[in-house]
Design a protein around this ligand. Structure first.
Ligand SMILES: Nc1ncnc2c1ncn2[C@@H]1O[C@H](COP(=O)(O)OP(=O)(O)OP(=O)(O)O)[C@@H](O)[C@H]1O
Ligand SMILES: [Mg+2]
Length: 424
């Protein structure tokens, strides 16, 4: 069945002329794309590009300002999602989602979270009566089926042993997997995952890749994936769509998209011409994918920008010859901002998962250059950083402070390693 579905190129979801405005802000601007049935479609783009807003429109959380969202089920039924309420979208159109911020019932057990997801078929089989709950054979059968399905997904996500523990006690990576299992318990035909790899370590990311591939292979469920982790995107996606400021800037196979200068430019926040130059350099040094290219390019772009910022007029230079040049710190900085990196060298902040090159640059502009600075952040500093990075809750979610503490410890005693900014 799965191979039949995979060979059928018909779209499971068609997004046509989708626009979403919040007052004067155009979060999505006339967006068109298709998600193929049985495929993994990745939706990527820098922070604030409009990715989550697309999901909120598909799953009925927002009513789009304009546009049509057509879901075609395997049985041929078509649903215009923009006209439907969120709970009907899950139940009838068979679209399920996970959230950028985990939304489990943290006080319920792992198993209970999976059973609650199956509330609809259970209640239906009870005839919505207490007698039904107590006595109907159909209810007993439905309850047994629900437990069986929960058990199946618990095995798939390796959490059988934790079935009776509160979901809130699970480590972060396990909570992410549980969210996916919970969505799968509603038997979706389209599964929308909002940054499932956020905050996961490398091993957990690899496990997630396996889980998503097995969902696609074994259930034929189509997946739309929002993800910042390029290793996940490039490894498992069949098709990638790139958004920037609400507009589609690239659409194609991972291979095409990763070599698209517009995409790299969007991620680095630099001009296209600069990117072409840098891509040539990446090719010359053997980097053949966007992750490596972005890594390399980011280092160079950040270097270049740090150097430009460090440039001061000749007269001023003469006066301050003994001191390192200090870039101006932008307003709204965190309490422990520095005027310049210590000894002229920043740590490579992109080693913190969740910090991309653009954010590293913004942090530098706001006087943050070192792991130990982020490690020492207090709540107010996080709030200040979230304001200038335009992040909502991501710093805590991805535990930047914890990651920075580890990296600060590791980098003690090896000052030249993994640095950017001064080294040539
Ligand atoms: N309910 C809302 N009211 C006003 N503006 C909103 C609302 N939801 C989103 N936005 C704005 O729409 C734009 C797109 O936001 P969205 O959350 O979709 O981006 P994203 O691509 O998911 O970013 P990230 O990678 O940081 O999660 C942002 O400028 C955001 O501030
Ligand atoms: Mg988002």
């Amino acid at each position: 069945m799965v191979s039949e579905v995979r060979n059928n190129p018909s779209p499971v979801l068609r997004v046509e002329h989708l626009s979403m405005k919040f007052g004067g802000l155009v979060a999505i601007n006339d967006l068109n794309f298709e998600a193929k049935r049985g495929a993994i479609t990745a939706l990527i783009g820098p922070n604030g590009a409009g990715k989550t807003t697309v999901f909120n429109c598909i799953t009925g959380f927002y009513k789009p300002t304009e546009g049509m969202l057509t879901m075609t089920r395997q049985n041929g039924e078509e649903y215009l999602l923009e006209r439907m309420a969120d709970f009907v979208i899950t139940k009838k159109a068979k679209v399920a989602r996970t959230f950028q911020n985990i939304r489990l019932f943290s006080g319920l057990t792992v198993l209970e979270n999976l059973l609650v997801a199956q509330h609809n078929p259970l209640m239906l089989s009870s005839g919505y009566t207490i007698l039904g709950l107590l006595g109907f054979p159909t209810y007993k059968k439905a309850a047994a089926d629900a437990i069986e399905k929960a058990r199946f997904w618990l095995q798939k996500i390796n959490l059988v042993e934790r079935a009776d523990d509160p979901a809130g006690d699970l480590p972060y990576g396990a909570q992410r997997r549980l969210e996916i299992a919970r969505a799968m318990c509603t038997d979706p035909e389209l599964l929308c995952l909002d940054e499932p790899a956020a905050g996961l370590n490398a091993r957990e990311s690899a496990e997630l890749n396996q889980l998503l591939l097995s969902i696609r292979e074994e259930t034929g469920t189509s997946i739309i994936l929002i993800e910042h982790d390029m290793s996940v995107v490039m490894e498992i996606s069949d098709h990638v769509i790139v958004l920037e400021y609400g507009t589609k800037i690239s659409d194609g196979t991972p291979e095409t998209v990763k070599n698209d200068p517009k995409v790299i430019a969007a991620y680095l926040g630099v001009e296209d011409e600069e990117v072409v130059e840098l891509i040539e350099h990446a090719a010359a040094t053997g980097s053949d994918d966007i992750t490596a290219a972005v890594d390399l390019l980011s280092t160079e772009a950040i270097q270049e920008i740090t150097e430009t910022q460090a440039e001061v007029p000749v007269a001023a230079k003469a006066k301050t010859a003994a001191k390192p040049a200090a870039p101006a710190i932008k307003a709204g900085a965190t309490a422990n901002a520095l005027a310049a990196p210590r000894e002229g060298e920043s740590d490579d902040l992109t080693l913190i998962k969740g910090i991309g090159p653009v954010n590293a640059r913004r942090l530098n502009e706001h006087g943050i250059f070192h792991f130990d600075q982020i490690a020492a952040w207090k709540k107010a500093d996080v709030t200040a950083a979230e304001a200038y990075l335009a992040f909502d809750g991501r710093i805590a979610r991805e535990d930047w402070i914890g990651q920075a503490k580890k990296l600060a410890k590791e980098s003690q005693g090896k000052p030249a390693a993994k640095k950017t900014g001064g080294a040539k």
